[in-house]
Design a protein around this ligand. Structure first.
Ligand code: GLU
Length: 482
């Protein structure tokens, strides 16, 4: 009988939840859903020096936004709590004492200065630092401040495991330092807390980033020292920037909440991250998965060993695709925080019409003000004047084109729909002003109406703005040219 799957996302609250961390959360979440298992959030906050107070809120907000809500965690609770390590200190102390009694841990009173000089000596000699077990030979009183170190045994001579992603991995015990398990302030180190919790929380699979591989032999040694069975390990491939360097700000990789604020949709992020280290294989060219499809298709075997490459162009492409494919009534509530202020005076029907004209072009929703401001406010007249192509068209000519446009609109009886306007302007209007090449003329009208040279189709835009607004803006432009 196989054990039920219980996986955990175990971030340290040391800052923003970076997109690489979200990838770990996502893979754990998908694996839990795929196996009808349990997804746990555990906060590993024992490194008090690096603790950032609002980081836990950021982590929770990020997971909520993406719909990766834990089944058990600090907010949800559960039978294996508390889920915050700083609230479990008694447990770690208890288990450390157990290992102290069995001789697996030993006290060490060495000062920082002594350890630093050992480190410097190792560096000079070009060897890896390893504690010299001085305190094993020279014990002091247990009332003096000390840490507890793990006494790495000579036997077994290698620690090996069958990684679900990387296959067989092994480390020589001789290369493992007598690492600290309990610090002098009574806090556990990452290694001790991680192992105790993975055991007590009955974690079946540890899916974590590849950078933790060097820690795994230490964890396996601790599991063995306790006589506990270790979970399965699956180390997720590194994520590199498109230049193959370790992912950083430079590659415009951001925190989850930054992506939220820039107007990326949760489904975009989920799809994008799922492909960072996983693919369905068997020649699948499927680009977009619903959550349900991902959950179904996912398997640990298909997680790749080789580094994944973070391509922000693909992220934009995916987001654009999601935005284009969502029906407007689903989009409107998502768009709400992104509209320019002036849109507040307009109803959903009008906003929807405006959005439909830029839906093809927008990549992330924070572009909304820039792409749609002229639907809600008259363009700044100074800007209109500066933008009109007056280097190519004489001012008097531009003025007469603008006036003829007003005249033809006011005389027209064909209505103010895009198709009717297009016909009116391409035929009657161009004939009236006796112009053959429509390019410069329509540019003058476009700039007068929107203040911009690049906008959605001129006639579609005019139709959304309505006759009154269009005529007013054409008049304003004539005025500013005087
Ligand atoms: N607290 C570690 C981190 O910040 C967790 C590593 C693990 O999953 O074991 O990533």
């Amino acid at each position: 009988m196989s054990v039920p799957v219980r996986v955990r996302f175990a971030p340290s609250p040391t800052g923003m939840l970076h997109i690489g961390g979200v990838r770990s959360a996502l893979f754990n979440w998908i694996w839990a859903r795929h196996t009808s298992g349990v997804f746990i959030l555990r906060i590993e906050d024992t490194d008090r020096a690096r603790y950032v107070p609002d980081a836990v809120d950021q982590i929770t907000a990020s997971l909520d936004w993406l719909g990766l809500t834990p089944d058990e965690g600090p907010i949800q609770g559960g039978n294996y709590g508390p889920y915050v390590q700083s609230e479990r200190l008694e447990l770690y102390r208890h288990y450390a004492e157990q290992l102290l009694a069995s001789g697996a841990l030993y006290p060490c009173w060495c000062t920082t200065e002594r350890l630093d000089s050992l480190r410097q000596a190792a560096q000079k000699a070009g060897t890896a630092f390893a504690y010299d077990r001085h305190c094993l030979k020279h014990p002091q009183a247990l009332t003096e401040p000390h840490v507890l170190r793990y006494k790495v045994p000579a036997n077994p001579s290698v620690v090996a495991w069958d990684d679900e992603v990387r296959g067989k991995l092994e480390f020589k015990t001789a290369d493992i330092d007598d690492f600290v398990a309990l610090k002098s302030d009574g806090y556990p180190t990452y290694h001790l807390a991680n192992v105790v919790d993975d055991h007590l929380m009955e974690i079946s699979h540890v899916l974590r980033a590849e950078e933790w591989i060097p820690s795994t032999p230490k964890h396996l040694l601790l599991f063995a020292a306790f006589g506990w069975e270790a979970p399965h390990y699956a180390h997720l491939p590194q994520v590199l920037g498109s230049d193959k360097a370790k992912l950083s700000k430079r590659h415009s990789a951001k925190s989850a909440l930054e992506y939220r604020d820039e107007g990326y949709l949760p489904d975009t992020i989920i799809n994008f991250l799922a492909a960072l280290g996983w693919n369905e294989g068997s020649g699948s060219t499927k680009e977009i998965y619903s959550r349900q499809e991902l959950i179904q298709a996912f398997s640990l075997e298909r997680i790749q060993k080789s580094p994944a490459v973070f391509e922000s162009d693909r992220l934009d492409w995916l987001n654009g695709k999601y935005i284009r494919e969502l029906p407007i009534d689903e989009l409107l509530p998502i768009l709400e925080p992104f509209w320019p202020k002036a849109a507040g005076a307009f109803d959903d029907a009008y906003r929807g019409e405006a959005f439909a004209l830029i839906q093809e072009r927008i990549k992330h929703l924070d572009e909304l003000p820039d792409l749609t401001d002229f639907f809600f406010t008259d363009p700044d007249q100074k800007l209109v004047k500066a933008t009109l192509p007056l280097d190519k068209v004489e001012q008097a000519t531009a003025t007469s084109w603008l006036q003829s446009a007003i005249d033809i609109i006011e005389k027209s009886t064909v209505g103010f729909e895009a198709a009717a306007l297009e016909k009116l302007f391409r035929d009657d209007y161009l004939t009236t002003i006796a112009v053959e090449k429509p390019g410069p003329v329509f540019m003058v009208l476009r700039v007068a109406i929107t203040g911009k040279t690049a906008t959605p189709g001129l006639f579609e835009t005019m139709a959304v703005l309505g006759q009154k607004t269009v005529v007013k803006r054409l008049q304003n432009a004539i005025f500013v040219l005087k």
